[in-house]
Design a binder for this molecule. Structure first.
Ligand code: GAL
Length: 331
């Protein structure tokens, strides 16, 4: 298993108990000096991709060491529940709502035994970032299909759902209601007919940046980047921002989030999943630094890196540098 720190993209990443982190298709929240990592908790063997357990959550104050905080949202044992064990719960994202003081989780939900045909979003809330989250409801946002999705909270507190709709052809940008429990009923079509998913948004240099993937299921494909002055567009295509070995397939991974490093303006981490659909629990995480230049950005492969690659104030150097014989390569 990989040594922590620094970051070793594509290698097994132990939590503070020495157990591989199990939080796939992840989303992150930073609050009161702590980072929270929410993700799909996968199980061993075939069938491990569906929600057998729920959404996991880990916490960290340095981005290197992650403590398992348990299951934030548990699947239900009630066959009448839409989040019954065996449903599909993917790409959980959590925001803190300053008006209600609730942590609000959104996720992609597919109903048990119905493949990917339901194309719904689910919402859950908690008064604590580590849960337990209580399932509120699920629906098709604005009455439209919704599969891979992300949330983006802007500087003014307004939040948005960016979701793959129209049978995976076009993304919808939809502002969330003030309590973040619903959308407001209007959406803007973005990246029309580009068939993108795995969307992530970040803001730097006064621009909104987008990274997503094409739609090839669990198999990797070239990443797709874009820049805009407004979330609603127009978006200018930037092509595939990845550089280095296997860049044409996004290093064998699929985008899930762009994580801003707290206290380091301009420092963003690209977070992606190397999926292992036959044994989903063995999926790996690819974290790489994003290099922003004006209105464009790039992501270069590195076998090992730490937060000091970012310009600006220095971050405490990695302290625990343990070599482990169990370290495995993803390549
Ligand atoms: C991918 C999607 C994943 C998962 C998978 C199922 O395209 O990004 O989140 O839904 O398909 O095949």
């Amino acid at each position: 298993m990989q040594a922590v720190p620094p970051f070793h993209p594509g290698e097994l990443w132990p939590d503070t108990d020495g157990v591989a982190i199990n939080a796939h298709g992840g989303g992150f929240l930073y609050r009161d000096g702590m980072y929270y990592w929410y993700g799909e908790f996968k199980t061993e063997g075939p069938g491990g991709n569906v929600a057998n357990v729920g959404v996991s959550v880990y916490s960290s104050n340095d981005l290197y060491h992650w403590k398992n905080e348990g299951i934030a949202l548990k699947v239900s044992d009630d066959p009448a529940s839409d989040i019954v064990k065996g449903s599909v719960i993917e790409r959980p994202k959590v925001l803190f709502n300053a008006k209600t003081h609730l942590y609000v989780m959104w996720f992609h939900l597919e109903l048990k035994g119905k493949g990917y045909s339901a194309a719904r979003a689910g919402v859950a809330t908690s008064s604590s970032p580590t849960g337990p989250f209580k399932f509120v409801r699920d629906f098709r946002p604005d009455g439209e299909m919704s599969r891979d999705m992300t949330l983006y909270q802007d500087d003014d507190g307004k939040a948005y759902l960016i979701t793959t709709s129209e049978n995976n052809q076009t993304q919808h940008l939809s502002e969330l209601a003030p309590d973040y429990l619903d959308t407001t009923g209007h959406y803007t079509r973005i990246f029309e007919h580009k068939a993108l998913e795995g969307a992530a948004i970040f803001k730097a240099n006064g621009h909104y940046f987008y990274i997503g993937s094409h739609t090839t299921g669990w198999a990797p494909n070239p990443a797709y980047a874009a820049v805009a002055d407004s979330l609603a567009g127009p978006w200018k295509e930037l092509g595939n921002p990845c550089l280095g070995p296997n860049a044409e397939l996004t290093f064998g991974a699929q985008s899930t989030y762009v994580l801003p490093v707290a206290g380091k303006p301009g420092a963003f981490i690209f977070v992606a999943d190397q999926w292992r659909p036959k044994n989903a629990i063995d999926g790996r995480y690819v974290w790489l630094p994003i290099k922003i230049s004006g209105d464009t950005f790039s992501i270069t492969w590195s076998d090992a890196w730490d937060l000091n690659v970012f310009p600006g104030a220095s971050v405490a150097a990695p302290s625990t540098r343990t070599k482990s014989s169990k370290r495995r390569s993803a390549k």
